[in-house]
Design a protein around this ligand. Sequence first.
Ligand code: 3H9
Length: 696
Amino acid sequence: MSQSETMPVRVETEGEIGLICLNNPPVNALGAALRQGLSDAIDTLNADPQIRVIAIHGEGRALSAGADIREFGKPPVEPRLPDVLDRIEASDKPVIAVVHGTTLGGGLELALSCHARIGLPGARVGLPEVTLGLLPGAGGTQRLPRLIALDKAIDIISSGRQVPIDEAKELGIVDRIDDATPREAALAGAKAVRDGSLPTRRTAEISVDLDPALIEAATERLRKKRPALAAPIKAVEAVAQIAKPFAEGLKAERALFMELMDSPDRQGLIHAFNAERAVKRIPEAQAEPRKIETAGVIGGGTMGVGIATALLQAGIPVTLIEMAPERAEAAKAAVTRNLDGAVKRGKMTAEGRDKALAALTATTKLESLAPVDLVIEAVFEEMSVKAEIFGKLDRICKAGAVLGTNTSYLDVNAIAEMTSRPQDVIGLHFFSPAHVMRLLEVVVADKTAPEVVATAWALAARMKKVAVRSGVCDGFIGNRILAHYRKAADYMLLDGASFEQIDRALEDFGFAMGPFAVGDLAGLDIGWATRKRKAPDRPPEERYVTIADRICENGWFGRKTGRGYYLYDDPKTRKPNPDAVAIVEAERKAAGVTPREFSDEDITARYMTAMISEAARVVQEGVAQRPVDVDAVFLFGYGFPRHLGGPLNYADRIGPKALIERIEAYASEDAHYWQIPPLLRELADTGRSFADLNKD
Ligand code: 3H9
């Protein structure tokens, strides 16, 4: 017997075996129709007197990636997943599950509710709910600790990590591993149950001892490590409910799950998950990408070395160009160090590193780039230097080669015009360190060909990076917005807040580092050079804070010089640099400012409002396609706190009306800086949100 191919659940019988196949592409998410189908299938097979064993398996990529995320935040639809899983566990006939692909969340909870589990090679299992601001809400916190050691269960549930199937077997999550197709494994497993060679049991009936010390230690560790995140701590609290009878434990888990479902962090984290996927939707998605088999990188500085490392890690041979032989050698040594680091961190095997290094050529001859499919220029950020290089590339490179520039501010249209083939030129803006940071801002110039844009997305996928489409403007999406809100921090510093307080307030808010500490880390000379470049265009009415320039004039560029805003005698500590504090005081005096107090709330409100204001302009001008593209840039390139979902997702929490009120209040101090972006006004007038714009 077989049902329609389009049903999310198919039932088949073979003699005494009933097979239930989940078929809900792309990842067998456990949406309402699938839950109903699964529940009906269990009932049907239980009622069939011929059937003795039931086996559940999945079609496609995995058994199931869990609950359907798209249903979250909407009114619940029956049957609820926990009820369906209880029904499976209570089945009179033994039910087994075959775990293949990446089986996560509710998908693993489904397997845990079965009476035995078979894993396939290459499968991974996990309960990633905490990464979405939730906890396993369909029995995962009650069943996993019954099946495996409590400390291991706490680790898996509170970290959300994916467990390779061999480890899952060792821990006892699956009973055996079978090298077969999911359907074959389901049939073989069911036969083994029938023959008695695969024992079955109900997980809920396994007795368990709670060790409160493990719960306390895990809670304490999570409080220290990630104080801003509620979900992992609540997940451990749910695990502690195993001390109660199973049904009561499930009830308590449900209550904690629903509490998290209502939290704004859950909404922010799921937005972040969706943002990574939404940025793939670009107008050029249908264009055929060009083949990239070899690449050239021009420039052996930090960026060039990072980009070369990332390309090599993606399996693309690289020719790296430097000006002098010793600089080419130094660049090669730096790539080697990066790859060694990747081996150390378990990101790459030693053989992989050797293969990558064999695919690297470092040379001074630009002509070596004649045969490559892609060039990424990463030289000094100066238009005349870039212009010369692109003129040469135009003469050297083969027809159809993609010519990328890693500029972080300069006009990609102007760079493209240095060649006779502007259609092949594109901005590929990596973030430092380029082999670690996930963001790739792809700057599409006026004449960039659609297939060149599509090539950038294909390349990003190979490099496991998140590509975001940006139009041309000074600084593109990220650095343009940064340049604006960074000024808000400088204004607060001049007006009376200390750089230490500003950093701490923003770190408490959720940023990994405050703006002054970030400046010290990145090198204060970088911002200094940009300010000097932009000085001629600075409007006379703009307030200009000179503190950073004074610090740089002393040769204090941050960590690399041992001092900046902070002192770095001991690399682990950060103490305010008393000379920087003196400069702040002197500049306040020189500007005639009487310092005033700022509360931490005021600091974050001003900083975030400035960020949102410029982000709204970037969306309105079409530099970013949608608000979600801005969010992705900040989540994957600027360390924006993931649970806050990105600047414009966070803006919806505050609302356009409240943001406008803030700007109006701040404008009484500085009407040039604090202007209401027209898009914000439009949203306030029409009652719409940035989330609505993402759907347009
Ligand atoms: C949960 O289970 C709660 C329960 O404890 C309790 C309930 C009561 N739902 O990532 P990809 C879509 S919470 C809906 O590009 P990959 C995804 O958006 C859930 N859709 O592929 C994309 O759509 P599009 C716990 C989902 O191979 C498409 O599938 N589970 C879901 O790189 C392909 O995805 C998780 O947190 C979903 N659950 O990676 C797992 N999952 O094509 C979340 C994916 O329109 N998922 N989609 O852009 C993942 O981590 C990855 O998607 C996975 C595949 C590793 C599975």
